[in-house]
Design a protein around this ligand. Structure first.
Ligand code: CU
Length: 501
């Protein structure tokens, strides 16, 4: 029997919950390609939202500044908090202390959190835009930069819209200009990968049939994701962690990263169960909800693609092959097969002989020899065991990549590159592009040990073996695309390894 009091109580509950609808109870909306008609309509709402958020004081939890700083702060967190709050104290100040500069994995936590942290970050920004614009139908559009038609910055973010009354708020002057070697004129609409065609085109999807979540997540983070940041630029904008989320295009970028994760799941990829001995889905992060209040949310709320409050209008078809190591090798995983040789100088207390050799990166190409860690580990012997159907991969890992300041360059990475190789031959040995997004120490992580850049070379090794192009002594060659900036001292601090993962 329903009495009047319980009806009142029920409606009071309804009012309260309408202020904050749990993720699972929300209507399922569609996210669109920013280049589509629907995506462009959403971008108009987004621009209105950005304008409204920029008009709010940084002390407002839904302001542009506050949301940007949740990712990372352009000065130290303590300085940023004092600049924004002065002597003001209260819930917003507490929430800033709790949530600012919490981007994963840029503080050195497990890379497995990169995808869920950013999924939640993007989801709550979307809610905030809905709230500040009053447009409940709003969804964030994504920038599909692995499609040739979208290699350039979406047009509404370019110079030609910089004085447009609707879209000017999306413009940032500090994006790269064409430097004739590596960067394109981003705001003029040149393709980001202007100087990287053929096998060095970095705007390509990762292998969506990659069976290993940690490897998929880590590769997506350090390769495609980092490259889009690096090549949008410039030194004080998208190319640096502390300033990246201040550029409105950050959100279209991360919406697409989220979509690639959804595509990997759709292709059969399984999310992890455990990270660092902890149930992966139990890990919680703190954000600002659409209503401006603190939310603490576990990965479990967004880890199941079928219960997300949004769908993508289109998911890329699976790429790559399910190539893997033979079961006999896979059973021993993970294992270091080859490692860059320790320095020739005698061991000291500071650098014991067992330590991996740091590889300083300079202005000239250099070749690093990798030595087998065991008698059976020569690549020549391993390559024939690579076959379809197994769970394991061969991964080239550049451990602890870091630099003192932005090196303002990138390095092309090759496996077993013959000396004096023709451009065509070099192409066949190309592994990938090393960038430094997230590799520069900041006040928040001055002791930064660097990023581990991972490249799945299973298929490359198979191809080189088939073409009889693997040498007896394995080597990695690093070729700078322009000299590194003075005193930036880029280094692969933990040396190079070929791992079986
Ligand atoms: Cu990012």
């Amino acid at each position: 029997m329903i009495d009047r009091r319980s009806v009142l109580r029920a409606s009071a509950t309804a009012v309260l919950s309408s202020l904050w609808t749990p993720l699972k109870a929300q209507a399922v909306r569609t996210r669109y390609n920013v280049a589509s008609t629907q995506g462009k309509a959403m971008l108009r709402i987004y621009a209105d939202g950005v304008k409204a958020m920029k008009a709010l004081s940084g002390q407002n939890t839904r302001s542009w500044i506050f949301q940007w700083y949740v990712h990372a702060t352009p000065v130290s967190k303590a300085q940023a908090i004092s600049q924004v709050f002065g002597s003001t104290r209260g819930p917003a100040y507490d929430l800033a202390n709790e949530s600012w500069y919490t981007c994963q994995p840029h503080l050195g936590q497990a890379t497995d959190y990169f995808l869920p942290w950013h999924r939640l970050y993007v989801l709550y920004l979307e809610e905030i835009v809905r709230n500040v614009t009053g447009r409940q139908e709003f969804t964030l559009p994504y920038w599909d930069y692995t499609t040739p038609a979208s290699y350039s910055l979406p047009v509404e973010f370019q110079t030609q819209f910089s004085t447009d009354p609707t879209f000017s708020t999306l413009f940032q002057p500090n994006r790269w200009k064409d430097n004739g070697v590596r960067y394109a004129d981003v705001n003029a609409g040149q393709p980001l990968n202007k100087y990287f065609t053929g096998s060095s085109n970095f705007l390509v999807l990762p292998n969506l049939r990659q069976p290993n979540y940690s490897l998929f997540c880590s590769q997506l983070n350090s390769n495609l994701h980092g490259a889009v940041h690096t090549f949008t630029g410039d030194g004080t904008n998208m190319a640096q962690v502390p300033t990246a989320a201040g550029d409105p295009v950050f959100w279209m970028h991360h919406c697409n990263i989220d979509r690639i994760w959804a595509a990997w799941n759709a292709a059969g990829g399984k999310n992890p169960t455990e990270t660092n001995g902890k149930k992966w889905t139990d890990t919680k992060f703190v954000f600002v909800g659409g209503n401006g209040a603190r939310v603490e949310v576990a990965i479990s709320s967004v880890s199941n693609p079928s219960t997300l409050p949004y769908r993508y209008d289109n998911l890329p078809a699976p790429t790559g092959r399910a190539v893997a190591l033979a079961a006999a090798l896979a059973a021993q995983k993970p294992m270091v097969l080859l490692r860059s040789k320790p320095p020739a100088s005698p061991a000291t207390a500071a650098a014991p002989a067992s330590a991996a050799a740091a590889v300083p990166l300079g202005a000239a190409p250099q070749t690093v020899d990798l030595a087998p860690t065991g008698a059976q580990n020569r690549l020549q012997a391993i390559a024939p065991n690579v076959q379809a159907g197994g769970p394991s991969r061969l991964v080239l890992v550049l451990n602890g990549v870091r630099a003192q300041t932005d090196p303002n360059t990138v390095y092309k990475v090759y496996l077993d590159l013959p000396s004096n190789a023709s451009p065509g031959t070099a192409d066949q040995h190309y592994v990938g592009l090393l960038n430094f997004f997230g590799a520069i120490p900041t006040t928040e992580h001055a002791m930064h040990t660097g990023i581990d850049a991972e490249f799945d070379v299973t298929e490359l090794v198979t191809q080189l073996k088939a073409q009889n192009q693997l040498s007896n002594e394995t080597s990695v060659t690093l070729v700078p695309v322009g000299a590194p900036a003075d005193r930036s001292s880029p280094v692969i601090s933990g040396g190079i390894e070929l791992q079986q993962q």
